[in-house]
Design a protein around this ligand. Structure first.
Ligand code: 6PG
Length: 248
């Protein structure tokens, strides 16, 4: 049973980061207490940096970093030390600072993106002890929103939008003329918690299309079947968008 979508509008970017860090910490503490481990897929892009920097600032001393398994929702097809790498961003702003012990990055050093996608699926099978045909249920997947309504590397009109079998795919993104590796809808929509972090007025049009026009944008199709969907927006991004009251 899907839980109602929650939308929280924070008055500033800093308040958004604080809310996101608090959300992460609360989930990590309760999940490790109850299950001994916390599995999270980090988002790429720039918005998560503020949350990462808060989490690694020492303000959350109780987070059991050694009990957290870090994965990625998507990755640009570049080496892990490339300026565009989502892994590099996360490592610099969070993982190296907290001494993360269990980090599973997408292997973009593979020559063929499809090989990399298959290899990451093997990692998920191993780390989540999956039976054939079973999908991993992440405790938390963090997502961003692109101005075109993409999320992770699920871009409009890209093939990955139709993927129902694979957990991870190589997705050709026409506008970048490059491949991305991305988790697919079956995985993201199976998560226990999905949190969007959205900041800035450049995202307002996409939010308008999603929440007022119900446009079939990739981010709109994130609907965890048995999980909690939380949108954390700053006031700038929310703009004058009117969000439906009952978002069940
Ligand atoms: C990526 C992300 C992507 C990102 C959005 C928003 O690899 O870039 O996964 O989905 O979250 O493009 O990016 P910003 O946070 O930089 O606006």
């Amino acid at each position: 049973m899907a839980q109602p979508t929650e939308i929280r509008i924070l008055s500033s970017k800093d308040d958004l980061f604080q809310a996101a860090a608090d959300e992460f910490a609360n989930l990590a503490l309760s999940t490790v207490r109850d299950h001994g481990r916390f599995t999270v897929a980090l988002s790429g892009g720039s918005t998560p940096k503020g949350m990462h920097e808060l989490l690694s600032s020492g303000a959350f001393p109780k987070i059991p970093w050694d009990k957290i398994s870090f994965f990625f929702g998507d990755e640009r097809y570049v080496p892990p030390d490339h300026p565009e790498s989502n892994y590099r961003m996360a490592n610099e702003t969070l993982l190296s600072k907290v001494g993360a012990k269990h980090v599973f990055r997408m292997p973009t050093e593979e020559r063929d993106p499809e090989v990399a996608a298959r290899a990451y699926e093997v990692t998920l099978v191993e780390q989540f002890h999956l039976s054939p045909g079973e999908f991993p249920r992440f405790d938390l997947i963090i997502l961003g929103l692109g101005p075109d309504g993409h999320t992770a590397s699920l871009f409009p009109a890209s093939r990955a939008l139709d993927e129902e079998k694979h957990m991870v795919v190589a997705n050709w993104v026409e506008k970048f003329q490059s491949y991305r590796i991305t988790l697919t809808y079956p995985v993201i929509n199976y998560a226990a918690n999905v949190t969007f972090l959205v900041s800035g007025s450049d995202k307002t049009p996409a939010l308008h299309r999603i929440f007022e026009e119900n446009a079939n944008l990739p981010a709109r199709r994130i609907q965890p079947a048995q999980g909690r969907l939380l949108w954390l927006l700053d006031r700038e991004a929310a703009g004058t968008v009117s969000f439906p009251a009952n978002l069940g």
